[in-house]
Unconditional design. Structure first.
Length: 74
């Protein structure tokens, strides 16, 4: 898909077609993340930093599940 860079105030921007927004499940006001890859830039609604944090949280919750269960009961 070819996109054109356009002027937005004093900046530059890319207008995403409705079809692309629908495929990404995005709407106006949503955040889009740019990740640099060896062969270019990847745009995604997926936040890689949040995913890393969630992996750590899930490991802790699994490791300390008995303690967390006891804390939830009190």
């Amino acid at each position: 898909m070819k996109l054109k860079i356009t002027t937005v105030g004093n900046s530059a921007g890319v207008i995403l077609p409705k079809e692309l927004l629908a495929r990404l499940r995005l709407d106006k006001g949503d955040e889009l993340y740019a990740s640099e890859l060896p062969d270019g830039i990847k745009l995604s609604p997926y936040d890689p930093e949040l995913a890393k944090q969630m992996e750590v949280a899930e490991r802790i919750m699994h490791k300390d599940r008995n303690l967390l269960r006891k804390l939830a009961q009190s």
